[in-house]
Write a new protein. Structure first.
Lengths: 281, 156, 396
């Protein structure tokens, strides 16, 4: 070890000394060795993960049947259709959803809004308790010329901002197009809630993780329809499957004038509306 | 480079930190993550394994054949039993009745669907409640609607 | 589209989700980035008049950097899973990069501070005994080379690091702006200007914080405030406030002039809901007044005594710290006051005192860096390098 004589040190102001010329060769030699070693470790350790990705990006997704109890997720591609002209605003769907998925009070995986538009263009919108208890007659006093109920749920967008933004890969889209949240990995940052243009996500007050419509995934995999669709007394809510041949809902979406919510955001929702009026947002 | 010894040591320290991180990450990396995309595939299975709460549409008919038949005959055929009662799993589990099924005879139940509202489609049968029952000469009590309408087949 | 504001909110939108800690997060990382960029003016661009704050601003940057994760951890629903962000960072997520940018920046900053103080460390090792001596020897990583050549190497690496640190700081903070700017669902956030606005106001807050730390620190240690340094700080500060406020206004002018869909909700947001914190604090109290005060310092420097200059700078800096906080508040909270229905406003938000995201913890987070700097100063000098005069030789 060298012994240094501290009082031999040059004065401290480093700015007085001219810019030193680094011995480049040595720096490069040592530096690149260290860098190379660390990179090699990185790559080796993560090779396994990378392989998994390559597989995922591959063209033949596995059926996943073994895990999903005989249900083959490659054979479905779900779409949702809501006919606003039929909805009676009874809230049966909201109640059914809350019971089916144990949704906490005052939070909604699906909800119903009511729009009342008067001739002068006044728009009155309400959704008391998400429409869970149905709706009471309105006393807006307006000369209402157009009114409708407007059920909403997660649009299960194809280019979904919530999945894009999730920092930890806890939000994802399954092969069938269902957007889900991994409750065991979610860190509860709330970024996805901010990113959803439709307000269909929330932070669960008990689990403190993001929560949202799962399209009753546990029912779909058992061949049942979603709780909300089943509860609808007027068939305003319909679930379709574009892979299934001759699917009624897929046929409507393919042939009739359907709209999605906020199409300008290009999230490409898989929830379609029949009879959507311009006021609805 | 004899005068850059300290730099090399510092860089080595950094490399050690990176290696430790990579190793820790390797061991903590969740199983089944990335199998089908940037998520933990087991999560899908977890979703799929949740038990349904509601039965399917025909599930009540197995034990309440007669009620189901009445329902399908009438105008309420499109209304699921569980909407007016409660989900199947609260009443029946493993094919046996575990708890009584609630029976809501209140006007409120009918009102959620039949109260007259401007936003409802015009063709849907709606009445101003409770005026409708009063007009028809009934006293407003709990279960007033059932006096004239059978909930399972309202036109009967 | 005619929006009659009857206060309709989406039913899931009733509560503010990103609370005080998410206001604190860009604020604290802004201080980190700002202080660092200020330090780089000296270390990279050789603005020698800034020498008195060269070390202080680096150490302050580190202090705030160490405090920054606390804001996020306090916010998270599952802080124990916070590490997931480094385990499985989603490549398409703006937020996922936080862990890595943070770690890289921390390494860079520690490395740089270490280099700046290395000679002092060795000198202190030579002067102290026992445990203390060992402590400094470990800090020196067992290398006691303070030869001319070694210091050249130090300086070279330092310049490279500081130069790397500038894009690093810009990234660390610009990306915080990006987190907001990239939310297309929120018209008040979604603008490509956001990262730049964040960065400029970060520099403002960083310089303002260093002005205050410097003046207070110098008072405590019985030194004199360097007039040239203060004058230079005032000039930089003035420049960046003007840029920052101009950008903030430009963004709103664009929104107002385009008067698209979202202006229907942003207008009432600014003139009603945020009237106090936006117009009152962010624009008038926090920007207009400091711009005037600093303008006096910059333009009429000749006529000012040191005392007046210091006071003006101090007061303007305090106000600017408030301004930048208000700006963060108006972005983070303002963006959540209206529902995504664009038809109504949420309940007004005011942080609780003792909540997880409450005022007390927020103050503690801001106090931590100050304590850190004070403690650091006991271990290694943050104002002036050690006097090499009467040091003994170090026998390792």
């Amino acid at each position: 070890m060298p012994t240094i004589q501290a009082n031999n040190l040059p004065p401290h102001g480093d700015q007085e000394t001219p810019l030193p010329v680094l011995n480049r060769r040595g720096f490069l030699k040592h530096g690149s060795r260290a860098l190379g070693a660390s990179l090699a470790t990185l790559v080796l350790c993560d090779l396994a993960d990378l392989m998994q990705f390559a597989q995922a990006a591959g063209l033949t997704p596995q059926s996943g049947e073994s895990v999903l109890g005989g249900y083959d997720w490659t054979k479905h591609r779900y779409v949702y259709l809501i006919d606003l002209r039929k909805c009676i605003g009874c809230g049966a769907c909201v109640r059914a959803c809350a019971k089916e998925n144990n949704v906490p009070r005052n939070y909604f995986r699906t909800w119903v809004e009511r729009y009342e538009v008067s001739r002068t263009g006044e728009e009155v919108v309400d959704s008391t308790n998400g429409g869970m208890d149905g709706f009471a007659p309105h006393v807006s006093g307006n000369d209402v010329t157009k009114a409708f109920f407007f059920p909403k749920l997660c649009c299960h967008c194809t280019y979904t901002p919530c999945v894009q933004l999730c920092p930890v890969g806890a939000s994802y889209r399954t092969l069938e197009g269902v957007v889900l949240v991994d409750e065991k990995r979610c860190i509860g940052c709330g970024y996805c809630v901010q990113a959803c243009p439709y307000g269909s996500r929330f932070i669960h007050p008990v689990t403190h993780t993001a929560s949202k419509c799962s399209l009753c995934y546990h029912r779909l995999t058992r061949g049942l329809t979603t709780a909300c669709v089943q509860a609808c007394p007027v068939k305003a809510r319909m679930l379709g499957d574009t892979i299934k041949v001759g699917d009624e809902v897929a046929e409507i979406i393919a042939t009739q004038s359907v709209r999605t919510l906020q199409p300008e955001l290009l999230t490409d929702p898989n929830c379609f509306y029949l009879g959507l009026s311009k006021e609805a947002r | 480079m004899e005068h850059a010894k300290h730099i090399i040591r510092a860089v080595l320290l950094l490399v050690v930190a990176v290696v430790v991180f990579v190793l820790v990450r390797h061991f903590l990396y969740p199983k089944s993550f990335g199998l089908h995309g940037y998520y933990r595939f087991d999560s899908v299975a977890e979703y799929a394994s949740a038990a349904p709460v509601h039965g399917d549409r025909g599930s009540c008919a197995a034990c309440h054949e007669e009620k189901a038949a009445t329902l399908t005959r009438g105008k309420h055929a499109s209304v699921s039993c569980e909407v007016c009662h409660a989900p199947l799993s609260t009443h029946v589990q493993e094919e046996a009745r575990v708890a009584p099924m609630p029976v809501d005879r209140s006007m409120q139940l009918c009102a959620t669907c039949h109260q007259k509202l401007v936003a409802r489609p015009k063709g849907f049968p709606q009445v101003v409640l409770p005026d409708h029952a009063v007009e028809k000469g009934a006293q407003i009590t709990n279960g007033v609607c059932q006096e004239c309408h059978n909930a399972h087949n309202p036109s009967e | 589209m005619m929006i009659e504001n009857d206060g309709f909110l989406f039913p899931n939108d009733l509560h503010i989700l990103w609370k005080l800690m998410i206001v604190m997060y860009p604020y604290v990382t802004g201080l980190v980035a700002g202080a660092f960029i200020l330090a780089s003016l000296y270390h990279v661009f050789h603005r020698n008049e800034l020498r008195p704050i060269g070390r202080l601003s680096l150490v302050a940057s580190l202090g705030f950097l160490l405090a920054a994760p606390a804001t996020l951890q306090l916010h998270l629903g599952h802080p124990e899973r916070g590490f997931n962000i480094m385990l499985t960072p989603n490549p398409s997520s703006a937020m996922a990069m936080f862990g890595f940018i943070y770690a890289a920046y921390l390494a860079l900053l520690v490395f740089e501070i270490w280099l700046v103080h290395r000679v002092d460390i060795i000198m202190l090792a030579s002067r102290s005994r026992g445990v203390q001596r060992w402590f400094y020897k470990v800090l020196a990583l067992g290398v006691y080379d303070v030869s001319e050549e070694a210091r050249h190497v130090d300086h070279g690496v330092l310049v490279v690091l500081a130069a790397l640190g500038i894009p690093g700081a810009a990234l660390l903070h610009g990306y915080v702006g990006f987190i907001f700017g990239a939310v297309k669902a929120n018209p008040w956030w979604s603008t490509p200007l956001m990262p730049i606005i964040f960065l400029c106001s970060a520099i403002v807050s960083g310089i303002a914080m260093v002005v205050i730390l410097y003046q207070v620190g110098v008072k405590f240690s019985g030194r004199r405030i360097d007039a040239a340094c203060m004058q230079s700080l005032a000039r930089w500060l003035w420049l960046f406030v003007i840029i920052s406020v101009t950008l903030e206004l430009l963004e709103i002018m664009t929104l107002a002039y385009e008067a698209a869909d979202e202006w229907q909700i942003i207008k009432p947001l600014l003139v009603d809901q945020l009237a106090f914190s936006f117009i009152g604090i962010q624009l008038i109290f926090g920007a207009l007044i400091p711009i005037i005060l600093l303008g006096i310092v910059v333009l009429m420097s000749r006529y000012l005594t040191d005392q007046i200059r210091n006071t003006l700078c101090f007061v303007a800096s305090l106000m600017l710290l408030v301004q930048v906080f208000a700006m963060r508040w108006n972005v983070v909270i303002g963006g959540q006051i209206f529902s995504k229905s664009l038809r109504g406003f949420r309940e007004t938000y005011f942080p609780g005192l003792f909540d997880k995201e409450g005022i007390v913890l927020a103050i503690l987070i801001l106090v931590f860096p100050l304590v850190f700097i004070a403690l650091f100063n006991r271990v290694l000098p943050v104002f002036e390098p050690l006097d090499a005069g009467n040091a003994e030789s170090l026998k390792p």
